[in-house]
Design a protein around this ligand. Structure first.
Ligand code: GLN
Length: 529
C-alpha cells in the first residue's frame, strides 16, 4: 500500500515547497522507492493554461497534454519521472467533477456540501495515484499558504486522511524564519503561529522545514521543537543555497528522508550516495568560464520561462560552463539598440508566447542572429518568428506573418491548424502534449538526437503553413522534422549557419538534471563556439 506525504507551507508564499517536494521525491527514489509527486492548487481555474504567466509563472505541459503548474517541471527535473494529468489538480477541477456528478444524479438527492462532498473528492484524488499500486510513496504538495480561505477544504481532507491512514501518512510543513537586521536576530514566532494555524485545522505537522537566510543553531531548533510539538530531529532548516539543485543533498545531510521513514515506522537503512547528482553539483561548482545566453521574450519575470532557463543551465553545466542568462525584452528591442543588446551574447533563445506584443522585436532578434550567424534557438512562437523573418527578408514577402498576429496577411506562412478552426473555448483546446516527430536523417537535428524518431511536447494552435515548404527549402530553410501522421512541420533549420534551429514543440519540458536535453546541449556547445 502506498504511503502519503503531505507538504504544506505557511507564513509567506514562494518558500520553495516545490523544490522541497522534489527533493523528498529524489531522496526516497535514491533509496529505491517508487515515488510520484502531485500538486493541488487551491485556485478556481480548471488548469493554469488560461493564466497569464505574470499570475503564475510558466505553464508546464505533461506528456498526456495537461497544462499544469510549473512545480511539476521541478518534479520531473529532479526525479526524471514523468508526470501526467493525475499529478495536477485544482479547486476548479474538484468542483467541476462534483457538480457533474450532482447533475448526473450520483448523489441520490443529498445536499451537496464542502464537507463531505468537496473534501471526499479531494481525498479520492489524493489517493488516486496511490491506489494504482505503482508507487510506494505519493507526495502531495498543497499550493498556497496556510490560512488562505481557499486552502481550507484541502486541509480538512488532509486531516481526515491523516486520521484514516495513521502512520502511513506524514505531514511536512514549510515555514519562514525572518532575520531582523536591526535586532540581529532570527525570529521563530511566525513559525509558531503557522503551526498553531495548522493545529486549528486539526493537523499536527510531523516535520517542520524552516526556510532561513542564516543558520539556525540547536537552541533555536530546540525552541521550535518544544513550542510546536515536533521532535528535534524533525526540525530541519533550509538555508539559502547557491542553487536549487543543492537542496536534496542539504536535506539528506540533515536526515529529512530518514526522519520521514522513522515517522512511518520503516527501517531507515543506509544513506544513498547520490553519485550522479553530486557529480552534476561538482561540475556546477567547478565551472568558471561563462556562456552568455540572451533570452528574447516579452515577460520580464524569471518564472515565465522557467523550464527554458533550467534546460539552459543543465546544458551549460554539462558543457563545463556557468550560465549567464540575460533577459532581453523584445517589446523594447529596436534597430537602434539591437547591436548593443545582442552583441555580447554567445547565443539567443527566441521564447514562446501568445499574441502580438513583442513579436516584432523577436523578429528583429532572429534577423540579427541569422545575419551575424549567432547560434539561435527558436521555441514554439520563437520558431514561428524564424519562419516569418525568413519569409520577409529572404523570400521577399514583406507582409508575411502568422494569422494569429495579422489575420489579414496574404502571406500567412504560419497559419491556424485545420482542427483548431472550429474551436471557441480557450482552455485546454490547443495541440497539447507529446507527439511523434520524424527527423530528416541527413539533418543536423538527427545527428544531435542520434535518432530519427523522437517525441516532444507541444502547446500551440498555429503551425508552419505547408503551402510554403518548397519555397523555404529552396531558399535554404529546411523543414527537417515532420509529424509522421499529419505531416505538420515540427522543426526548421538553416544548415548553412552555425546553429539555427526552430522547434514547434517545447524541448525544455523534457530536460532533467541527469538527462539534459540533446538540443540544449548542442545549442550551448555551439554558443561556446
Ligand atoms: N502562439 C503560438 C501558437 O499558438 C505559439 C504558442 C507557444 O509559443 N507556445 O501557435
Amino acid at each position: 500500500m502506498a504511503k502519503y506525504i503531505f507538504v504544506t507551507g505557511g507564513v509567506v508564499s514562494s518558500l520553495g515547497k516545490g523544490i522541497i517536494s522534489s527533493s523528498i521525491g529524489k531522496l526516497l527514489q535514491a533509496r529505491g522507492y517508487k515515488i510520484t509527486i502531485q500538486k493541488f492548487d487551491p485556485y478556481i481555474n480548471i488548469d493554469p493554461g488560461t493564466l497569464n504567466p505574470y499570475e503564475h509563472g510558466e505553464c508546464y505541459v505533461t506528456v498526456d497534454g495537461m497544462e499544469t503548474d510549473l512545480d511539476l517541471g521541478h518534479y520531473e527535473r529532479f526525479t526524471g519521472i514523468q508526470t501526467t494529468r493525475a499529478n495536477s489538480m485544482t479547486t476548479g477541477r474538484i468542483y467541476k467533477s462534483v457538480i457533474d456528478k450532482e447533475r448526473r444524479g450520483d448523489y441520490l438527492g443529498k445536499t451537496i456540501q464542502v464537507v463531505p462532498h468537496i473534501t471526499d473528492e479531494i481525498k479520492s484524488n489524493i489517493r488516486h495515484l496511490g491506489e494504482t499500486g505503482d508507487y510506494d510513496f505519493v507526495i502531495t504538495e498543497i499550493g498556497g499558504t496556510i490560512g488562505d480561505i481557499e486552502s481550507a477544504p484541502f486541509l480538512e481532507a488532509i486531516r481526515q486522511l491523516k486520521w484514516e491512514l495513521g502512520r502511513e501518512a506524514v505531514s511536512i510543513h514549510l515555514t519562514y524564519v525572518p532575520y531582523l537586521k536591526a535586532a540581529d536576530e532570527l525570529k521563530t514566532k511566525p513559525t509558531q503561529h503557522s503551526v498553531k494555524e495548522m493545529l486549528s485545522y486539526g493537523i499536527q505537522p510531523d516535520i517542520l522545514i524552516l526556510r532561513t537566510e542564516k543558520h539556525l543553531d540547536d537552541n533555536m531548533r530546540m525552541k521550535v521543537a518544544g513550542f510546536c510539538n515536533v521532535d528535534l530531529e524533525c526540525v530541519i532548516q533550509s538555508e539559502d543555497l547557491p542553487s536549487i539543485y543543492e537542496v536534496p543533498v542539504n536535506m539528506q545531510k540533515q536526515g529529512l528522508d530518514s526522519a520521514i521513514l522513522r515517522k512511518m515506522g520503516i527501517p531507515v537503512g543506509e544513506t544513498p550516495a547520490l553519485g550522479p547528482w553530486r557529480e552534476f553539483l561538482e561540475l556546477r561548482r567547478n565551472a568558471t568560464e561563462v556562456v552568455r545566453i540572451g533570452m528574447v521574450g516579452k515577460y520580464d519575470l524569471q518564472d515565465a520561462y522557467k523550464s527554458i532557463s533550467e534546460s539552459l543551465s543543465h546544458a551549460a553545466t554539462y558543457n563545463n560552463r556557468k550560465i549567464e542568462i540575460s533577459f532581453i525584452n523584445s517589446e523594447f528591442l529596436t534597430p537602434q539598440d539591437i547591436e548593443t543588446k545582442l552583441a555580447p551574447m554567445d547565443g539567443l533563445v527566441i521564447c514562446p508566447g501568445f499574441g502580438q506584443r513583442g513579436t516584432e522585436g523577436k523578429i528583429l532578434a532572429v534577423e540579427y542572429a541569422r545575419r551575424h550567424d549567432v547560434p539561435c534557438f527558436g521555441i514554439c512562437l520563437g520558431m514561428q518568428m524564424m519562419v516569418i523573418e525568413f519569409a520577409r527578408n529572404v523570400l521577399g514577402y514583406a507582409d508575411a506573418n502568422s494569422s494569429e498576429l495579422d489575420p489579414s496577411t496574404p502571406h500567412n506562412v504560419i497559419d491556424m491548424m485545420e482542427d483548431q478552426k472550429n474551436i471557441s473555448d480557450m482552455g485546454g483546446t490547443m495541440r497539447l502534449g507529446a507527439y511523434d516527430c520524424r527527423l530528416d536523417p541527413k539533418s543536423r537535428v538527427a545527428e544531435i538526437y542520434r535518432a530519427t524518431e523522437v517525441s516532444e511536447r507541444h502547446r500551440h494552435r498555429y503551425e508552419f503553413n505547408s503551402a510554403y515548404i518548397a519555397e523555404f527549402e529552396e531558399a535554404g530553410m529546411k523543414c527537417v522534422g515532420r509529424n509522421p501522421a499529419t505531416d505538420l512541420v515540427e522543426i526548421v533549420e538553416i544548415p548553412s549557419l552555425k546553429w539555427f534551429v526552430g522547434t514547434q514543440f517545447h524541448p525544455e519540458y523534457q530536460s532533467t538534471v541527469l538527462h539534459p536535453h540533446p538540443l540544449f546541449m548542442s545549442f550551448i556547445k555551439a554558443a561556446i563556439g
